[in-house]
Design a protein around this ligand. Structure first.
Ligand code: KIV
Ligand code: ZN
Length: 512
């Protein structure tokens, strides 16, 4: 008998973006969306259009370019939010409005200050309003994991009657345990009289490290859509990781009555792209996409794998996209080869000038590094996109002296709105000295929350990719920089974060 389809709903661009410091530009969202489409994700939640004009434009841009996946916009159960989402999705081949309102006693009483009857009415009105825009409407009772079962059943019956076609059950605060959450889904499907008129979905947070386990338990109890994110990115401890859900279902087909249509070979490229754009590095021991996920260190394991692979491997590294770094371009590659490879990677630069500028930087990089991998191209394009973001500060030059027994010293020249300014500083190391010199020009007073370096590919000639997280006045921003010289990459990342801190983009949070 043919198996059911498990719909994969990716919310990296919405819930993932709610991680402090993970906000993405329109161009970055489009790049990730294209990779999700290549991976054959069924639904891409591109953002919360009512949050800001920037988010509206980003959802619109994703809706306008994505053809093979449904593009979804989040909206509170308010007409103005729903209208914003509807407008942003106008250009989508297939669009979905996802509207939500909290149904748990604590959220209704303390956050919404509404009675359960008012919440029920507003949920129904919202779904009816959304149906004016599209017949693909998803409804979420926020904090369902702590809601009262009878009330939840009443709300769900009413919103399905009002036209909701997907019912998403969120464990908003990551409180549920797998057996409980599975049972909740089973009960809802049994007790809501019209439950067969909607697809049941789940959306689990990872506060107790159970997001994937809870989602899988729900699937075993009839859920046929899972909401998840690449690398498990998301609010607080994150959401269920897409790669873990997809590979658990694929690997344990003996247990699951359904399967996804995801192209699993695109998982690792997607993971790398999201890590590089957000600056949220993947821990080495992370399942499926961590650098060690398929590495066998112990002699006994290595021996076993060589004799018979399945002794220690339940999945094949190549099935999730772990191929050895492929050299794609080099010093002698021309503009056409460069443009073609970018196109294959789903990267479209906004103009011929942008392409020429990126090609010039590619040539500079190829002179230093000889072999250029896909990851290098992504980093190069991210760097190029930063230059196009509203830029206040730009690195003109950096000179660093660092010698054993001497105090490291840096001299930096920055252009501030095009006007060059220089400063010098000592530091405990070359990066520290550079940051102090930059700060002497900018005087931001921002607090450095995180500094991390990753090499994009292997080898000592690899580009270093640096993430810097800054906080000021309650705002948290990430900056990234890539270069074969990690001190220069660090300075670029710091300046990128400062530019983001100074940009006035403010976004509303959907759940606050
Ligand atoms: O966690 C949550 O409840 C959400 C909803 C908006 C679905 O993100
Ligand atoms: Zn969420």
């Amino acid at each position: 008998m043919a198996k059911d389809k498990l719909i994969i709903f990716d919310t990296t661009l919405r819930d993932g973006e709610q991680s402090p410091g993970a906000s993405m530009t329109k161009e970055e969202k489009v790049r990730i969306a294209r990779q999700l489409e290549r991976m054959r994700v069924d639904v891409i939640e591109a953002g919360f259009p009512a949050a800001s004009n920037g988010d509206f434009e980003a959802v619109k841009a994703v809706a306008d370019v994505i053809k093979d996946s449904t593009v979804c916009g989040l909206a509170r159960a308010l007409e103005r939010d729903i209208d914003r989402a509807g407008e942003a999705l106008r250009g989508a081949v297939s669009g979905r409005i996802h509207t939500f309102i909290a149904t748990s006693p604590i959220h209704m009483e303390k956050k919404l200050r509404m009675t359960p009857e008012q919440v029920l009415q507003q949920a129904v009105q919202a779904v009816k309003w959304a149906r004016k825009w599209t017949d693909n409407v998803e409804f979420s009772p926020e904090d369902a994991g702590r809601s009262e079962l009878d009330f939840l059943c009443r709300v769900l019956e009413a919103v399905i009657d009002a036209g909701a076609t997907t019912i998403n059950i969120p464990d908003t605060v990551g409180y549920n345990l797998p057996h409980q959450f599975g049972e909740l889904i089973r009960q809802l499907r049994e007790r809501v009289p019209n439950s067969d008129k909607a697809v049941f979905s789940v959306h689990c947070h990872n506060d107790l490290g159970l997001a994937v386990a809870n989602s899988l338990s729900a699937v075993l109890n009839g859920a046929r859509q899972v909401e998840c994110t690449i690398n498990g990115l998301g609010e607080r401890a994150g959401n269920a990781a897409l790669e873990e859900i997809v590979m658990a279902v694929r690997t344990r087909q003996d247990v699951f009555p359904c399967d996804t249509t995801i192209d699993t070979t695109q998982i690792v490229p997607a993971s790398r792209l999201v890590a590089s754009i957000t600056g949220f590095a993947v821990q080495p021991n992370k399942a499926i996409v961590g650098a060690n996920a398929f590495a066998h260190e112990s002699g006994i394991h290595q021996d076993g794998v060589l004799k018979h692979r399945q002794t220690y491997e339940i999945m094949r590294a190549e099935d999730v996209g772990w191929t050895a770094n492929r050299m794609v371009l080099g010093k002698h590659s021309g503009r056409n080869a460069f443009k073609t490879r970018l196109k294959e990677l789903g990267i479209e630069l906004p103009s011929e000038e942008a392409l020429n500028a990126a090609f010039a930087r590619f040539k500079e990089l190829a002179d230093k590094k000889h072999e250029i991998f896909d990851e290098d191209l992504h980093a190069l394009v991210s760097d190029e996109a930063q230059l196009l973001e509203s830029e206040i500060y730009r690195l003109v030059s950096l000179r660093v002296c660092s010698e054993t027994g001497e105090i490291p010293h840096a001299r930096v020249v920055l252009a501030e709105h095009g006007v060059e300014k220089a400063a010098e500083a000592d530091g405990s190391g070359p990066v520290d000295a550079s940051f102090k010199a930059i700060e002497a020009v900018v005087k931001s007073g921002a607090e450095l929350l995180l500094y991390s370096v990753n090499n994009i590919t292997s080898g000592t000639d690899a580009q270093g990719e640096v993430t810097v997280r800054l906080s000021k006045g309650g705002r948290i921003v990430n900056g990234q920089g890539a270069d074969t010289d990690i001190v220069v990459a660090s300075a670029k990342a710091y300046i990128h974060a400062l530019n983001r801190l100074h940009s006035r983009l403010e976004r509303a949070h959907p759940q606050v």
